[in-house]
Design a protein around this ligand. Sequence first.
Ligand code: MSP
Length: 650
Amino acid sequence: MDRQAFYVTTPIYYVNDRPHIGHAYTTILADVLARYHRLLGGPTRFLTGTDEHGQKVQQAATREGLTPKEQADRTVVRFQELWKTLEITNDDFIRTTEPRHTSVVKKILQDLYTRGEIYRADYDGWYCVPCERFFTEKDIEGQSCPDCHRPVERIQEANYFFRMSRHQQWLIQYIQEHPAFIQPEARRNETLGFLRRPLTDLCISRPKRRLNWGIELPFDPDYVCYVWFDALVNYISAVGYLADDAAFARWWPASLQLIGKDILTTHTVYWPTMLHAMGLPLPETVFAHGWWLVGENKMSKTDGNVVNPMEMAERYGVDAFRYFLMAEMVLGQDAGFTEEAFVRRYNTDLANDLGNVLSRVLHLIGASCGGKLPAAGALGPEEIRLRDTTLAAAETMRGAIAGMRLDLGLAAVGGVLREANRYIDGRKPWALAKAGGDMAALGTVLYTAAETLRIVSALLFPVMPGKMAELRAALGMAHIAPDMAGLKEWGRLTPGVTVGAVQALFPRIRSAAAAPELQAKTAPVAAAAPVLKKDATPLPEGVAPIEYADFMKVQLRTARILTAEKVPAADKLLRLTVDIGGATRQIVAGISQHYAPETLIGKTVVVVVNLKPAKIRGLESQGMLLAATSGGTMRIVTVDGDLPPGAVVK
Ligand code: MSP
């Protein structure tokens, strides 16, 4: 690979579910790193995608009454839309069902089989269905999977195996000789620890009678390929392996493969041995980050505490969400997510530290310099201190990116902003601007503060591209591309450029429930709720006030009615199927006396999607429609205008 080039990958995500904060985190991290590398000027490639084969996807499809491909087609959109919303700049998005991928997997399988790296054998042992993994007698705990602790099954069948064991000694030596290969250090030790035990060969087939959703083995049509063997290949099939030699030579080996700590073995044992068997070099670094916990707990669907990145971005803004994730997590360690911590950091770092410097500079240039950036005179000791702190932060950020400590880079930028506020406090530009003040000194202060913001905005640009573009436009820097080379020099801003006004970039949030972006987008009642005082608008009789957080527990979504029919022998009930955005639900609704079934089809309604399912006349109702009644008339709640199913109603 061109040594200047930077090729970064994320894991490819399973299409059995909706994206959560863990998916968003890795992808934002890869995006931030890719953006930094683009600013550094080197060729950069950023790959993400979806893992679409295997049991998890097949099972999800069965649950939804879809084919696995339909399930994948519906779910992949959720990832693609989320990446668009989160301003992700991936250069490619690979789906493992694409022919450009499946054809490469088949070629690799055939080649390894021909060369004896894959062989057929009878297997008799333990299998964990949810994890899709085989275990030896020694691995299992009682009759349970050592990973997920669910019961394992005894399986006897012929299968195909990759001679992973053959590469064990080589891998140990490779890891020892290449300390950068597995990062951070603790994960490297974990893999070396794992390799202390003899490595077994890897079962890379699944008989079709058990699972047929996968890539067929080219040498045996009764089997499909094990999903992990297929999935890992995405990192090379996407850059032209066995298809486009020039592209492959340009990008492989990858510079950085980001993963979560739970998929360490697949990426630091299976993957390198597969590459070695193929005769390919290994990625420079596989970096395993920690997990996002919710407070101190694991995120889980059953506990209902899964953080939805789309909602966070809608509520607080994409840039603030990206910033929080990058600043809060020490790479490699776990981090706890709470909205309180989010709001605290937002208010301190963004609304206060950054917001204050910006508003002071803009306000004074507007009021006292006719909206034009003044020139600086000779720099005094205070200016020199701020300049040096700022240039040093640019250097820290450079090291932080290379050393995977983005949190430290961002902390250094925070230090600059606090220093800048202190500088402004000390130099009192508002006093210099008064009649009889010192306009030359005012120019120096404002120019110095603006120049600080030029560098800060470039350093934060990869993390908050939207807001930093706004900031740079306001400071008349829209035309100056933020490049890292420009961060070593002081004084790049041109005096005399027009400086515009900017709305508060990060308006202060009073409480988690009163997020500004949320208020702007929600209905008046929801927006008013957090600020209602005791003697505020009286409530309708018999209605008790609830906390905003209580309201937020009810998850409302738009849904499209697909079918509607009367429930036999129940004069009030209709059985509806609705699309709630990528999934279908059955809802039994008591609206039969108000609507003829056929008039409902195609309507977009509002559904409570997190109501526990209930049996009504023997039929499961998986949600509830909103409807209003008055004087014996009932009308279902619809949305004003066109919205796709699955849109969040708040
Ligand atoms: N499809 C496999 C990866 C194949 S890569 C060739 C997979 N997919 S996944 O969708 O289940 O998970 C993808 C990533 O999300 C993993 O890196 C996992 O570590 C990460 N996360 C899942 N929950 C997480 C948190 N709570 N926090 C941070 N990341 C976590 O595994």
